[in-house]
Every structure is written in C-alpha cells, then in structure tokens.
Design a protein around this ligand. Structure first.
Ligand code: AHZ
Length: 308
C-alpha cells in the first residue's frame, strides 16, 4: 500500500532521537532504575501524533476496500472475527464498533453479575480460546464474563489480518444492483460515533465508506444503536418489516439464533441478537453459547459466499 503522503521530513533533532542518539550524536542510555531515577527515551510531542496519524490513516486507506466488514464487536461479532480470521489469514477483515469499548454486553453475565453462563456444546469455543470454566453438566460457567471478552478480543486484535475501528459507527449500507438486477449490500457507510450522534445538531457531516463483498452485521438487539442493519433493511424496502424480538425462552431462543444465522439479503450476513429483531425470535437472556456458535456460523457463511 502506498503511503498517504511522501515520508514526512523529520527535523535532524527528531531523527537523532528516533535513532536513539542524543543531540551530539552519542547513544543515549535509558536508565531502568526504579529508585527515583526512572528515565524515558526522549521524544518530541509531534512524533507521538505522527506515530498514530500515519498508522491510522494508512489503515483507513488500505481498508477502504476490505474482504469482510464485521459491524459490532459484541460476543457474536468477536466470535465471528476470531473464527474467520483464524481460518482465512488471507482475508482483510475490518471490524467497525460504535462504542469506545468493544465487547458489547459481554463484560458482565446478567443483571450486572460477573459470571458468564455458556450452554454446551458451545463450551468448545471456550476450550479453543483457552478460557477456563466450571462444568455444571448441561452448561459451564466462566468466573467473569470479562475473562471471555478480553481473551477473544486480544486474540482477534493480535491477528495480522484484522483491524478494528472503534468509536466508529456504521450509519448506512451501500446497496448496489448486481449483474442479475438484484439489490446487493456492497459496503458500509461510517462516521465517528460522536459525529453520528450529532446529525440532529449540525448540518451535513458527510460520512466515509468501506466496500466489501461480504458484510456481517452483529449489532445486537434494539437499543440506542442496536439492530442497525435490520432496521435499515426495512427503511430501504429490502425487508418488509421487523420480526421484533420475542420474550425470553432460553430453549427456543438459542437454537433459533444459531440455526437462523445466514445471508439475510445478498452480501449481508446477520449474526447474534440482531437476528431476533430481524426474524422475530425469542431472547435468551444471560446465556452466551448462541452468540459464540452464531458468530462461528456467520464466519463459515462468509467463507462459503467468498468461495462461491
Ligand atoms: O456498540 C454495539 C455493540 O458493541 C455495536 N453496534 C451497534 N450498532 C452499531 C453500529 N455501528 C457499529 N451502527 C454498532 N457498531 O454492536 C455491538 C453489539 O453487541 P451486543 O453485545 O449488544 O450484541 P450480541 O448480539 O453480540 O450479543 C447479545 C448478547 C445478549 S442480549 C440478550 C438478551 O437481551 O436476552 N442475551 C444475550 C446473550
């Protein structure tokens, strides 16, 4: 990928410091003593800005064309990203997460309590991640939901083919006509979340776009931002009406979400609790196995589409 701008000319002082040299050209010594004399390598403030700007905007430039965009980094979106990125290191996978903190509702189990319940056989995913749990027979319990979320998040972010833009919201879908005259979702329209939340107060703050042959929507059930794609499909006329999430029934809800995970319109796969709004299926409350299994199924669906 070509750099956005020609290499910025560094001042001789910056260059010397970057190379670990002091003003007079001698190598500086970073003293690692913690006895009141801890010293850092010298830095210019502008170096910090450039270190971030160059990487972030080069990343945006490169990911303007992605292979797969995952919208939403809750338990379903992250499980999907993990399976897809691990199975297909050749794919450019771009995650867009509206919140500053990725993880969606998976930092806690239920009613702000920390343990996370996962019904079998989805515990296999925990074993694959290396997340420990207690076996309770038909289900397992992770001692803190954040242990699952931080583990899957760190593994996803460490994969070289994955990037995540958080604090960034998908605020529309790109809908194109394919060669058969069918409407196909071909990308997402993004904005900084703080901008997306202020369209009513400022005029014309136009968005940015990312194109990809496969979009996976994992934006959760209805909420301030949730069920984004399901609602947008209705307003574009691609879906007649929302099914609307039904009441809680764990035994009906979990298989309905996993078995219903699919390409809901050409180019758009839906996973996790967003599907309950699309299909009108039940909610399962604080049990997370379906989010993991649905995410994995969405990843398999993406590979099927890309390989077809
Ligand atoms: O910030 C949202 C969250 O992190 C993000 N998101 C929503 N709209 C977005 C948009 N652009 C970018 N327009 C967006 N990001 O999507 C994430 C959704 O995570 P979640 O935890 O809400 O959904 P999930 O389907 O991964 O997990 C649902 C967990 C639930 S809800 C539930 C119940 O209510 O009964 N039970 C379970 C297990």
């Amino acid at each position: 990928v070509a750099p956005l701008t020609p290499e910025i000319q560094e001042s001789p002082l910056l260059l010397a410091k970057k190379n670990g040299l002091s003003n007079n050209g001698t190598q500086y010594d970073v003293n690692e003593s913690y006895d009141g004399d801890y010293r850092f390598a010298p830095i210019e403030e502008a170096q910090v800005s450039r270190a971030m700007i160059k990487r972030y905007f080069n990343m945006m430039y490169e990911r303007a064309v992605s292979d797969v965009v995952i919208v939403g980094a809750g338990s379903a979106g992250l499980s999907c990203a993990y399976h897809l990125a691990k199975s297909r290191p050749d794919l450019k996978i771009t995650i867009i997460e509206a919140g500053v903190a990725p993880g969606g509702g998976a930092w806690l189990g239920g009613q702000l309590m920390t343990p996370m319940v996962v019904r079998k056989p989805a515990d296999r995913f925990l074993t694959e991640l290396g997340v420990p749990f207690e076996d309770e027979g038909p289900f397992v319990v992770v001692k803190h939901a954040a242990l699952f979320t931080s583990t899957v998040l760190s593994k996803v972010l460490a994969m070289p083919n994955v990037v995540m833009m958080n604090a960034t919201a998908v605020e529309d879908l790109i809908v194109r006509e394919d060669f058969q005259g069918r409407q196909r979702i071909s990308g997402v329209v993004t904005n900084w979340t703080l901008v997306a939340l202020n369209h009513d107060t400022q005029s014309c703050m136009d968005p940015n776009v990312i194109t990809a042959p496969v979009i996976i929507s994992a934006t959760g059930h209805d909420g301030p931002m949730g069920a984004f794609s399901a609602k947008r499909l209705v307003s574009t006329g691609l879906l007649k009406e929302l099914g609307n999430m039904r009441g809680l029934d764990m035994n009906r809800a979990e298989p309905a979400i996993v078995n219903g995970t699919r390409e809901v319109v050409p180019g758009l796969i839906m996973t996790g609790m967003e599907l309950s709004e699309h299909d009108g299926s039940n909610r399962m409350g604080p049990t997370f196995g379906a989010m993991m299994a649905s995410g994995i199924k969405a990843a398999k669906e993406a590979m099927r589409i890309l390989d077809s």
